[in-house]
Design a protein around this ligand. Sequence first.
Ligand SMILES: *[C@@H]1O[C@H](CO)[C@@H](O)[C@H](O)[C@H]1NC(C)=O
Ligand SMILES: *[C@@H]1O[C@H](CO)[C@@H](O)[C@H](O)[C@H]1NC(C)=O
Ligand SMILES: *[C@@H]1O[C@H](CO)[C@@H](O)[C@H](O)[C@H]1NC(C)=O
Ligand SMILES: *[C@@H]1O[C@H](CO)[C@@H](O)[C@H](O)[C@H]1NC(C)=O
Length: 390
Amino acid sequence: MQFKAVFALASTAFFASASAKDARTFAVNHFYGNGALTMGRMDPIMDPGRPATHSHAIQGGSNFNLSMTDDALMDSNCTSSIVDADKSNYWTPSLYFQANNGSFLSVPMFYMNVYYFFEATDDEIKPFPTGLRMFVGNSSLRTPPPGGAANVLDTNQGPIQPIQFTCPRSNYDIPSYPEDSDGLHGVGIQDPNNAGAGAGFPHMNCDGYASPLRADIHFPSCYNPEVGLHDYKNNMVFPSSKGTTGGKANCPPGWIHVPHIFYEVYWNTPLFADMWTEGTGSQPFILSNGDRTGYSLHGDFISGWDEDVLQKIINNCDAQQSGIEKCADAGFLNDVSTSCNIPNLVPEQIDGVLDKLPGNNPPTGWGQDEPAAKQKIKRHIRGHARGRHV
Ligand SMILES: *[C@@H]1O[C@H](CO)[C@@H](O)[C@H](O)[C@H]1NC(C)=O
Ligand SMILES: *[C@@H]1O[C@H](CO)[C@@H](O)[C@H](O)[C@H]1NC(C)=O
Ligand SMILES: *[C@@H]1O[C@H](CO)[C@@H](O)[C@H](O)[C@H]1NC(C)=O
Ligand SMILES: *[C@@H]1O[C@H](CO)[C@@H](O)[C@H](O)[C@H]1NC(C)=O
């Protein structure tokens, strides 16, 4: 009995010194293949067992489905992640372009990256438990974040602000957001620390080389096992630097410190550059939930990692931009000349030119600034669509 207690203490100390981090290490999870794993109105976290309210782009394990058991992903035939040990699913709303005549044109996803950050901390960083469900963001928001556009990812530094857009451009002589923007009238607000980023959609075309408009989503990294895998509203918090030194951030006692994941989703917005006029204080892109502001951008995650592989990556890998596939312990790598895709499980048209967004989400946001003529055309189109279905 006594021996066991001493042993447990010693092994805890060993692991703590093995995985506590004095400085951040990271590795980017890269995907391969044709487009995303799938796209459509599917969301087993928010709308389990039924079509979701809006369309998403989904990456990862092929056992993604309308409803899922905790270990369903582990039996996936394939994954769109290069590292085969990662059968997790990652998803965000998809993007549309609204033309002057009111039609919606789907914006192709360019690519997605998921950064795995192993932050400086006194905690032991552990893998995501299989089946962990996380959600970050708020699909109802149409107003700018109260604390401003800059990211806040530490509960000791004010209200958390985990969601941005990045608009990579050849230069920022004309800012991506008007300096006087209040974020309520047709365009978002600039991140004061980063000319490339802001909250809400920018009003300039994002013409950076191989880098169009990018949705940026940070997830919290503290998991409360007492709340459990399913309660995505309460099971995660961001870490805190309170009482730490050296830039470390820790989880509350009893919580599990998991990797900080960060989604970058690039959308091929330059395809539409000739169809709108930039720099006028408004912009044409709209999230699949009908949000014209971009403030409601959000992300979802279900873990399907081989936990042993992820623990080794956490402990030993700092491959950074070259990717998790370059980690010595990453295991089997998928052939990037192949593709892992599954069908849209809610069969309906989501691509091309649409007269309404999938799920019929009306455009909302930016107060009353939409021109009356545009409203009239849209009403006509909606009336027409209704007529057809009656
Ligand atoms: C999704 O679930 C349905 C119903 O359980 C099942 O028939 C189908 O094979 C599943 N699809 C995938 C891609 O796993
Ligand atoms: C998995 O592979 C089997 C065998 O090739 C196939 O029958 C099945 O439909 C596949 N399931 C999924 C979800 O791709
Ligand atoms: C509206 O404009 C877009 C872009 O020019 C075009 O592709 C679409 O066909 C038009 N829609 C209708 C209903 O005419
Ligand atoms: C989401 O935003 C809406 C609108 O501001 C707000 O009423 C709601 O409380 C928010 N939900 C959460 C979970 O914060």
